[in-house]
Design a protein around this ligand. Sequence first.
Ligand code: PEP
Ligand code: MN
Length: 340
Amino acid sequence: MLIVMKADATERETMEVVRIVTELGLRAHPLPGAQRTAIGITGNQGAVDASRFENMPGVAEAIRVSKPYKLISLDLRPEKTVVRVGGDAAIGGDELAIIAGPCAIESRAQAFAIAEAVRRSGARFFRGGAYKPRTSPYAFQGLGEEGLKILAEVREVYGLKIVTEAMDEAGIDLVERYGDMIQLGARNMQNFSLLRRAGRSHLPVLLKRGLAATLDEWLLAAEYIMSEGNYNVVLCERGIRTFSQHTRNTLDLAAIPAVRRISHLPVIIDPSHGTGKNYMVTPLARAGVAVGADGLIVEIHDQPEQALCDGAQALTFQQYEQMVAEVRAIHDVITPAMVK
Ligand code: PEP
Ligand code: MN
């Protein structure tokens, strides 16, 4: 159930609804919006009695939710969510969010060289894995905590916000210590205990779509995080497994407007894993921004041919700079036309 408060409802009236919900043994999720506050109710097995709330002061209506998700939905929050990252950066606002960096942190020198290029481009976010989910156990697995320490230095020196993957719950503890945003990878999209742990974090979460996840499964994964009280979730379309062999994955561009129609959460694209091929990254980055993505996460490298992970899809600095100029130009053209 959703309780929609009147536009002029007071804080006290909202808190009174929250109190009653809690008293019923349920969880209240008040989400203030531009026009009004709505309160999502979770934890109920059957239907909640609407009459309990309908006549309370400040309540406009109590709406029964028939969809599988509540908190991610536009019914709860009709306007887009802007997710704040590291205090003064945001994803989902007017500015196109660009998250760039290597697939994996390989050394301090490598990370710094790449961070220099990221900062030069005006991007606000630096990506880089310290824990890498690799298909082969013999492939480079990441530097672990040492990699996170390098990332923390990058943040210090370049002022970039750190987006980095956690593969397990202990990993989230560490990302909380060194990073600004927890990336949950495609392979972990339905690791429900990890989703719940991320839902109890104070850091925002970048939730990648699973390799074979439907839209509903992906949105419900976001719902898991939000149901624990963390409302700062950004969705990331990173390509899905199809019969196509000309790309590593098929970047599902239609997912962007499809998410937009259902959810208030920001959604970005990953043209690197979405294609796996250097020459396709920029064209698909352009396309992703053209269909309305709030940003992109892209892999770049100072020496792609020597990268320890995903070199084939890494952009060179020059290619990256060109791509940034192009996607920004596209974003500027379409932004006024879009409902933000
Ligand atoms: C990554 O971003 O480096 C990564 C492993 O992505 P995904 O989980 O989408 O494969
Ligand atoms: Mn990668």
